[in-house]
Design a protein around this ligand. Structure first.
Ligand SMILES: [Mg+2]
Length: 394
């Protein structure tokens, strides 16, 4: 097998975004503590504050009354979301020039897959410099950029470089970079996790790494224990992309007249499996979860899904699991108005630093999909157009 080329993920985060937009647009605010958030004297919190305000110990999510106590002379502003949104659109348009693989995380934060761009734009470091320049030219604001072999390292690198920074952490430096960080720098470390690690005397990632998986799972639970174990070793997902598009590939057929004949239903399944398999193979994706969607006459919609032992994009496998799901659906023999088949939970080709996806993220995606399924059931398929591509006439 050829050696997979290394993944390079870039994480970009605007510095004190809302406050910076205000300072950009109002020169008299520059160099001064600016606090964007609730009105002082009212309930509510700080949304973003300028670096000048941070010197007073003010930070995001702090009660506005506390911020005011610390710095009454700061400039207090209510957020102007429309303006920030417009700036956000400009910055994402600029990022799109860099790479087609941009995944927005929020109005001012994104992951960009820059793997393979070296030939065009130079080293990861040079790509980072270029990114900062593109953003500065597009919106005249500072950002921080982190680059690493996966999302976790890229994000931690951008955090470490703030403000107006750039930090590249290649695979061979991942462990040295992670080890001195406090455990709460890792993803998903909330108050509870913090409490347990305090009790165990774990302060740094290096100390965390000293604990075997079994012991971590015993103390933090299976999921969190696994996640901490993996993160401490820099193991995380390097997937970047439109999450909806990545979420599933599916096809469905709507029938002009309700379908009741078992042989006809099976023929549709055969066709759906072939269509879904073809798209998945074209995209080079193999899925670990097969979905079946049934709409009975009267628009009652049901979805069934199962996780399969081995990721696949083969027609016969998809068909086999599709048939099983239909057999077990409890709606066998009922007149069908629509039949759909899909796969999801992609099994990405192993790439450097991404031998395992973060279980935390997989679970999140799984939950998202299940939520979407139940929403769809609730709305009886009204939302399904976005999720399942139509191929039959309705
Ligand atoms: Mg930011």
């Amino acid at each position: 097998m050829p050696t997979p080329s290394p993944k390079w993920i870039l994480h970009l985060d605007m510095d004190a975004f809302f406050a910076s937009v205000e300072q950009r647009d109002h020169p008299r605010y520059r160099g001064k503590p600016v606090v964007v958030g609730a009105r002082p004297g009212r309930r509510g919190v700080v949304s973003t504050c300028s670096y000048e305000a941070r010197r007073y110990g003010i930070h995001s999510a702090m009660p506005i009354s506390e911020a005011y106590r610390r710095c009454p002379k700061a400039i207090y502003l209510r957020p102007d979301m429309d303006r920030y949104q417009a700036v956000s659109e400009q910055l994402f348009a600029a990022l799109a020039e860099l790479s087609p693989l941009v995944e927005p995380v929020s109005v001012d934060e994104a992951y960009v897959d820059i793997s393979g761009l070296e030939r065009l734009f130079g080293t990861p470091e040079e790509i980072g410099v270029r990114t900062k320049r593109i953003i500065a030219e597009a919106v005249h604001l500072n950002c921080s950029v982190g680059i690493g072999p996966n999302r976790l390292i890229a994000k931690l690198a951008s955090e470490a470089s703030k403000p107006d920074g750039l930090k590249v952490v290649p695979q061979q430096q991942v462990q040295d970079f992670l080890d001195p960080l406090p455990v709460n720098a890792l993803r998903g470390v909330g108050r509870q996790t913090q409490k347990i690690s305090d009790r165990l005397g774990i302060r740094t990632v290096a100390q965390l790494r000293g604990y075997p998986l079994s012991l971590l799972q015993l103390n933090f639970g299976d999921k969190a224990g696994q996640s901490l174990h993996d993160q401490a070793r820099g193991i995380a997902s390097s997937r970047v992309g439109d999450s909806r598009e990545r979420q599933s590939i599916s096809k469905e057929h709507t029938f002009n007249e309700d379908l009741t004949d078992p042989a006809a239903i099976d023929r549709v399944l055969v066709q759906l499996a072939a269509e879904v398999g073809q798209i998945a193979r074209a995209k080079g994706l193999k899925g670990r979860r097969v979905h079946l969607k049934l709409r009975l006459s009267g628009f009652e919609t049901h979805t069934r899904q199962r996780r399969i032992p081995q990721a696949t994009n083969a027609d016969n496998q998809l068909l086999r699991h599709g048939r099983d799901l239909y057999q077990a659906s409890g709606h066998q023999g009922e007149p069908l108005r629509l039949l759909g088949l899909g796969i999801s939970e992609w099994d990405d080709a192993p790439v450097m630093g991404d031998l395992f996806d973060s279980p935390e993220e997989n679970k999140k995606e799984e939950r998202l999909f299940e939520t979407l399924d139940s929403i769809n059931e609730k709305f009886q398929g009204k939302l399904h157009r976005g999720l399942f591509k139509h191929s039959g006439g309705e």
